[in-house]
Design a binder for this molecule. Structure first.
Ligand SMILES: [Zn+2]
Length: 393
């Protein structure tokens, strides 16, 4: 049970109860819509008049709209659905290769997106982001309510400034720059945390009931986002989730972002997989340097060495996952990133390594691929705006 923090406790008064009920009704519409007022009243045991008052307010605020249901003879019933007519959020997904800027509706459906190659010069990248963001804001004529930004780095929770090791960006005032240029509220988060938030709110039905999970985001680096009891666990200075730097061995095929060859990232990231491929093909006198996307392509076409490099990487993913499972006992571990394109190829290695690394008597955990589709970190950026509308504050 969560201990009450008396320093920040607020006694429940009737407006609090009302806002809790409002969020409950809104979430019924979001998750079970189209749904009728009567059904919501029945499931929640709220008075029908209370549900109607709340629905009126949600309609007024542009969150919910009425749609007609299937007629069963008489007049078709009036049902409630999320209002998805407008773009309400802008997501900015800063990756080490590309940056994607996109708009979405309230349900998290991407409506429009643009992308450019991320420039190592932070100013140039921010300028590109600002011009795309301003374009989307102008085009949507006042419907955009906020901007979410996901990036492969750490964000100082006090100053909001960012540190992105890959580009050696330090003390980057991203939130301030974007807020000033757009006039909108801006929320920035680490890419693995953001993807975890997206899976929590916008994941498919197989993860909808999961309230404790770890998102493992495999990219050039390897990051994790921890969700405990339905919220992202951030830790002191928002630095939780750096399991990519836990030690799982020595003499990894590459060094991690901080220069160590002992970290999980050094064994199980995209760079590790590519290094394994280079070594295997050198041994076979083949071509050496390829990108991770090419490695995936070759594996999908059935190239033996490519498949072997990915399977070995899958093995080390499983070893690290076993550590997470033994420490946190989550309901699920969710794997995200481009590597999920070959999930059917590597899943057995991942699961077998996790299983054999978990000591006897401890629970094992379901390991699944992300349900967010091809752009988990973009969904993460968007959900920084969208989830705040549905969460209890
Ligand atoms: Zn490390």
């Amino acid at each position: 049970m969560r201990r009450i923090d008396l320093n920040s406790a607020s006694v429940a008064r009737s407006p609090t109860i009302r806002s809790i009920n409002r969020q409950i009704v809104l979430n019924f519409v979001r998750e079970r819509g189209p749904i009728s007022r009567a059904e919501i009243a029945q499931i929640t045991a709220l008075q029908r008049s209370t549900v109607s008052t709340i629905v009126d307010e949600l309609k007024e605020n542009g969150l919910v709209e009425e749609v007609s249901g299937e007629s069963t003879g008489g007049r078709p019933p009036i049902l409630l659905s999320l209002r998805t007519a407008d773009a309400v959020a802008i997501g900015v997904d800063i990756g080490t290769a590309h940056t994607v800027v996109a708009t979405s509706d309230l349900a998290g459906r991407v409506l429009e997106q643009e992308q450019f190659d991320t420039h190592a010069d932070a100013d140039k990248t921010i300028q590109n982001i600002i011009s795309l963001v301003q374009g989307f804001i102008a085009k949507n004529k006042g419907t955009i309510e906020g901007i979410g930004i996901s990036l492969p780095g750490l964000i100082d929770p006090v100053s909001g400034s960012c540190f992105v090791p890959h580009f050696r960006w330090r003390d980057l005032p991203l939130e301030t720059r974007l807020r000033t240029a757009s006039g909108l509220s801006v929320s920035v988060d680490n890419d693995a945390n953001a993807a975890a938030l997206a899976e929590l709110w916008f994941g498919r039905p197989e993860v909808q009931e999961v309230r404790n999970f770890v998102m493992v985001l495999v990219e050039e680096g390897l990051g994790t986002g921890i969700v405990l009891d339905g919220q992202v666990y951030r830790g002191e200075r928002s630095a939780a989730g750096e399991f990519g730097h836990m030690t799982i061995g020595s003499a990894a095929p590459v060094a991690c972002a901080a220069g160590s060859r002992r970290c999980w990232e050094a064994f199980a990231s995209e760079r590790a997989a590519v290094a394994r491929y280079s070594k295997l093909s050198r041994d076979n006198n083949g071509k050496r340097e390829i990108t991770f996307a090419q490695l995936i392509d070759r594996a999908l076409r059935g190239e033996r060495i490519a498949r072997a490099a990915l399977k070995e990487t899958g093995h080390y993913l499983g070893v690290g996952i076993a550590n997470l499972v033994q420490g946190l006992a989550p309901q699920a571990v969710i794997l995200a990133g481009p590597i999920t394109q070959v999930w059917p190829l590597i899943s057995e290695e991942v699961k077998a390594a996790a299983q054999e690394s978990i000591c006897r008597g401890l629970p094992s955990t379901t390991i699944i691929g992300s349900t967010l589709g091809a752009q988990p970190t973009l969904m993460g950026a968007l959900s920084l705006v969208l989830a705040s509308k549905f969460a209890l504050t």
